[in-house]
Design a protein around this ligand. Structure first.
Ligand code: SF4
Ligand code: FES
Length: 264
């Protein structure tokens, strides 16, 4: 290495910054009646640190009682969605570089907070279950995969990317106004099976979605699309589910091009 080149340690310290992390804390078991904000100053942060890295540091260095969910740490499991600087995002996919040195984290809105950044996901999963997110078929088991054409698979590729993080549903004002609304995530999951040409459960599924807590509560506000870490074209799928109810069929997708911009 040339004398005037910084060593890796020097290079990294040149980027080091102090981050002020404001965290909504709430522990009902300790007698908290409502959430309050705690601020943690973290020295030696790097622009490429993720918000999840900051939370891990706070828990390890400053407050062992801090509660949050994480599992994969790579944007796959969907367990660490939270409100970061006012927007729903995954803590493991959000970099300090894109937020600056003042960062706030809060739990998802519209679901009861159990502790700190952990919300009760049960109502979210109940809505998910209500739309029958599984294949319904009268065909006998084949002992292997039920194959379909690439064109048919393309109709459900985008929806299949959903990681059930709840970022969309908890950014939706219609859900905040009425938590019985199944929400965008459940509609995306319903669409995954409604437009699966191997499925035979559409009549029952569309009845659920046509109910007063179903898809018509969507007012096309688009918060969900902005919040989705998977880039799923949620409002397109919601629109297609509405069309399926009105037309009484899902055949209208035949020959439609995929405008989602996502590869297959
Ligand atoms: S559609 Fe996107 S935001 Fe909604 S649950 Fe699935 S991955 Fe998360
Ligand atoms: S920890 Fe799995 S998506 Fe972030």
């Amino acid at each position: 290495m040339a004398d005037d080149q910084p060593t890796p340690t020097e290079a990294s310290s040149q980027h080091a910054l102090t981050v002020s992390l404001r965290v909504a804390r709430y522990n009902p078991e300790a007698g908290d009646k409502k959430p309050h904000v705690e601020t943690y100053n973290l020295d030696g942060c790097h622009p490429m640190d993720r918000v999840l890295d900051l939370l891990i540091r706070v828990k390890g260095e400053q407050s062992g009682s801090l509660a949050y969910r994480r599992s994969c740490a790579h944007g796959i499991c969907g367990s660490d969605a939270m409100v970061i600087n006012g927007k729903n995002r995954l803590a493991c996919k959000t970099l300090v570089r894109d937020l600056g040195s003042a960062i706030s984290v809060e739990p998802l809105k519209g679901l009861a907070v159990k502790k700190d950044l952990i919300v009760d996901m049960e109502p979210f999963f109940e809505s998910y279950k209500s739309v029958m997110p599984y294949q319904v078929t009268s065909q006998p088991p084949t002992g292997k995969e039920r194959l379909q054409s690439p064109a048919d698979q393309a109709k459900i590729d985008d929806q299949s990317k959903c990681i059930m993080c709840a970022a969309c549903t908890t950014s939706c004002p219609s859900f905040w106004a009425n938590d019985k609304f199944v929400g965008p995530a459940a509609v995306v999951q319903a669409s995954r099976f409604l437009f699966d040409t191997r499925d035979e459960g559409n009549a029952e599924r569309l009845t659920v979605l046509n109910d007063y807590t179903g898809v018509w509560r969507c007012r096309t506000i688009f918060n969900c699309v902005e919040a989705c870490p998977q880039g799923i074209d949620i409002t397109k799928h919601i629109g297609n589910v509405k069309k399926a109810i009105l037309y009484g069929t899902t055949d209208f997708l035949e020959g439609e091009e995929d405008h989602s911009g996502h590869g297959h």
